[in-house]
Write a protein that binds this ligand. Structure first.
Ligand code: GLY
Ligand code: MN
Ligand code: MN
Length: 450
């Protein structure tokens, strides 16, 4: 389809009809399986960020659209637009070309401004309805309509804030992420050069907030983990000797999408035999053989939140004694970690617990040395809007979500085992979010038998 053909049909009537008839929900996840982020959550997140800043002005930009079309293409198709996580966390919107500006004042007071690109009917004919400044944007974000303005005015507004008589909050500094997208750093450094304004890093404040999930986030992660577990069950039922790794991948990913995942949390890893000993093997091209173990590290992203789940299964449906022994060592280490989860713990300490378990339970399984030598990664990482999510490396508190994923990899035996589950820290311990995926030898074999 050419741009010219479309331009000819762009009449006033069409323009009026477009604005009257097309719903705008796509810009706020309305209509997506996860739905919109509740406005009270968005308001609470913005208030918490401003309270942390104390005094100052923060700038958070939306993600750019990306395309492999030539640069002069007038209507590039973004191959898979995903909003910037921080921008989505604070606005609930998918709105390329936008700016969120927070003006934090002492004692928790503050103002929020949103700069959205003006609507463009011709562009929308190609890429669908966009959210422009107006009442709908105010309703979806909880930002006063008077504070929602055209994106083209954002830079000037910041300049005005730094001039004499501008915003006193600027005395607290200009907060932003060291993020070169949009030429953002040039824009901000231009503003910083106008007057002596302190440049401050926004990232630690965002990480501190995002590492503790609120109820809406927990619901999304719980659902992502459930969907992922169902994909693993479907994969287990499909696996058999001779199947290609990509066939297993396809079954799991179809399940994720069918159950409402909008994308993968990360590229699926399905490695049979020797491929299972490569941690992030995601080519998934090989044919499985009877006797192989298959490491399947595959998970869904649901409503912008990632799960991260790994199961290791025997292609034949039955573990050999050797495979079972290594598997149960990894499973025991995973359970030892889980049994130690509670507020106040650290991920470093949990990793040490997994190592100590493997050291004390290797019992000659890895020759004269401990199997710890073949445990070549950490036990745990936070999950959230990113699969390896932001965090400040402090003690665990209730509301944090992370993975527990010990593994042992023996390339000489073409044998890799990783078991990875997602947990939520609760006031007294943890909730297992991905438990719907079979985890013990007996459960895995039972599901594979059908
Ligand atoms: N799926 C990537 C990881 O486990 O870290
Ligand atoms: Mn992981
Ligand atoms: Mn993983």
């Amino acid at each position: 389809m050419s741009y010219r053909t479309l331009n000819r049909v762009s009449t006033l009537g069409f323009v009026v009809a477009l604005f009257m008839l097309r719903p705008l929900g796509a810009s706020a996840q309305v209509g997506s399986p996860a739905g919109a982020v509740p406005v009270d959550r968005l308001q609470a997140r913005r208030a918490a960020l401003m309270a942390r800043m104390g005094s100052g002005v923060a700038v958070i930009r939306s993600m750019e659209e990306r395309s492999d079309d030539p640069p002069d293409s007038e209507h590039p198709q973004d191959s898979d637009y995903r909003e910037d996580s921080d921008f989505f966390y604070l606005t609930g919107l998918e709105a390329p070309g936008s700016w969120l500006i927070l003006v934090a004042k002492e004692r928790g007071a503050g103002e929020v401004y949103l700069y959205l690109p003006a609507r463009n009917p011709v562009q929308e004919r190609w890429t669908g309805p966009q959210l422009g400044p107006g009442a709908e944007a105010a309703r979806l974000t909880g930002i006063p309509e008077a504070n929602i303005r055209p994106a083209k005015d954002a830079e000037q507004a910041l300049q005005t804030m730094v001039t004499d008589g501008g915003s006193p909050a600027m005395d607290g500094g200009l907060f932003f992420k060291e993020d070169a997208r949009h030429g953002q750093l040039e824009v901000l450094h231009r503003i910083l050069s106008l007057k002596t304004v302190k440049a401050k890093d926004l990232l630690p404040h965002l990480a501190a907030l995002r590492q503790v999930k609120d109820q809406d986030e927990i619901a999304r992660i719980r659902k992502a983990a459930q969907i992922s577990a169902e994909g693993h069950v479907a994969a287990m039922k499909t696996a058999k000797p001779g199947i290609y790794e990509y066939e297993i991948e396809a079954v799991a990913e179809m399940t994720f999408r069918r159950l409402g995942a909008e994308r993968l949390a990360y590229p699926s890893i399905v490695g049979a035999g020797i491929n299972g000993t490569t941690l992030h093997y995601d080519k998934n091209r090989a044919r499985t053989a009877a006797g192989d173990l298959i490491v399947m590290d595959m998970a869904a992203e649901y409503g912008y939140y990632a799960a991260d789940v790994t199961r290791t299964i025997p292609a034949s449906g039955m573990f050999t004694d050797r495979q079972k022994a290594i598997y149960n060592l990894v499973l025991g280490a995973q359970q030892a970690v889980m049994d130690s989860i509670r507020p106040g713990m650290t991920l470093l300490r949990l990793h040490q617990i997994s190592v100590a378990y493997i050291q004390s339970h290797s019992n000659g399984l890895c020759g004269s040395q401990s199997c710890e030598k073949f445990y070549i990664h950490g036990c745990c990482h936070h999950i959230g809007m990113e699969v390896h999510d932001v965090n400040t490396n402090g003690p665990l508190v209730a509301g944090m979500t992370f993975t527990v994923e010990p593994g042992i990899y023996l390339p000489e035996e073409k044998l890799g085992v990783r078991i990875e589950d997602d947990v939520l820290v609760t006031p007294n311990g943890y909730e297992l979010l991905s438990g719907a995926a079979p985890r013990t030898v007996e459960e895995v074999e039972r599901v594979m038998r059908g």
